[in-house]
Design a protein around this ligand. Structure first.
Ligand code: 5AD
Length: 352
């Protein structure tokens, strides 16, 4: 185990068998060391900074039917909503007032938001807030769409790969294609987006081999951002009786991802904060360095339920700002409100 830990820290590398062996033999003591080493390496690249992204969940309509997700189209109990362009811009304005310079626009796969509508939205945001970064997280679209939105000024794109094992992926995503998912990620990278990938921990049927494949997929893709969170069963989905992931197992994956892809920006996810009051702080101490407070209007917060009992659904944006600032400071870090680009990122100047 010492040899493997050494290799992980010095070469940022392990092969599949080594990762599986490592996970099988991880003791509580070794875990503590793993988290410490992950935290050290994150500090080497991003010091004590914790980057803030204001999250705007602008539609919960979704054409996909992912078995784990509360927004799946077959969930007839989900109360669907769409924010208007004005409402979205108002959320961004509130975030900007609070000092946020990085916004994530997220939704289910909702084709009501066409290329033209989204270009208008991104363009309006860029005109109002030229010093802010815009991230889209709206699922699979065409290459032409991704290019058009990049040309409109979108800086980043989040599209978790969800499961790097083809068979596990296919079992969770009826009607979707593993190859298309991976292809979307490669196209996004080629276009020049800062790209986020990632996966859930604790999916039914997920083994150490699957998790090793997820980590190696990330290592190979080398995304700028990596989102890893526990799977939390939703009562109106086919996986309602599944066990779900634990904070502890997710922390191990966060730390491993940090060591394998040392320069990634990695959120301490809301799902971690939902399972454990201090889940996000624990993630920061295991290598995460991003927090995404929710900016969506209070009236829709509970409706954006990928899973249930999500935290912060009743809190005003300004309250979230203070709460997060306090938590981050108490954990020994410093909030960083700037765009928070990847440390090696360099985009050609925006067209005017
Ligand atoms: N529990 C935890 N995370 C979930 N996601 C979707 N459903 C759940 C769930 N039940 C994650 C997916 C998706 C991201 C936005 O949220 O990984 O990519």
């Amino acid at each position: 185990m010492e040899v493997l830990l050494g290799k992980l820290v010095e070469q940022n590398e392990l092969d599949k068998e080594e990762i599986v062996y490592f996970l099988q033999h991880l003791t509580p003591d070794l875990k503590v060391r793993l988290f410490e080493l992950a935290e050290q390496i994150r500090k080497k690249h991003y010091d004590e900074s914790v980057y803030i992204r204001g999250l705007i969940e602008f539609s919960n309509f979704c054409k996909q039917d992912c078995l784990y997700c509360g927004l799946r189209r077959s969930n007839a109990t989900a109360e669907r909503y769409r924010l208007t362009e004005e409402e979205i811009l108002e959320c961004a304005a509130e975030g900007y007032r609070l000092g946020y310079r990085s916004f994530v626009l997220q939704s289910g796969e909702d084709f009501h938001f066409t290329e033209a509508r989204l270009i208008r939205l991104v363009t309006s945001m860029k005109i109002r807030y030229p010093d802010a970064a815009i991230t889209l997280s709206i699922g699979e679209r065409s290459e032409a769409f991704y290019r058009a939105l990049f040309d409109a000024g979108t800086d980043r794109y989040l599209l978790r790969h969800e499961a790097a094992s083809r068979s596990l992926y296919q079992s969770l995503h009826p009607g979707m294609s593993y190859d298309n998912r991976v292809n979307c990620l490669r196209i996004l990278k080629d276009i020049g987006y800062q790209v986020g990938a990632g996966f859930m921990v604790g999916l039914p049927g997920q083994t150490y081999e699957h998790l090793a494949e997820d980590l190696l997929f990330l290592k190979e893709l080398h995304p700028e951002m990596i989102g890893i969170g526990p799977f939390i069963p939703h009562s109106a989905t086919p996986l309602k009786d599944a066990q779900g992931g634990t904070v502890e197992d997710t922390l191990v994956m966060i730390a491993m991802a940090r060591l394998l892809v040392p320069d990634a920006l990695m959120p301490a996810t809301t799902a971690m904060g939902t399972l454990d009051r201090l889940g996000r702080e624990k993630a920061l101490a295991a290598g995460s360095n991003v927090i995404m407070p929710i900016l969506s209007p209070l009236k829709v917060r509970e409706k954006y339920a990928l899973y249930e009992n999500k935290i912060c659904t009743g809190d005003e944006a300004s309250h979230c700002r203070n709460c997060i600032e306090m938590r981050v400071a108490a954990a020994g870090y410093r909030i960083e409100l700037s765009r928070g680009d990847h440390c090696s990122f360099n985009r050609a100047p925006e067209k005017s």
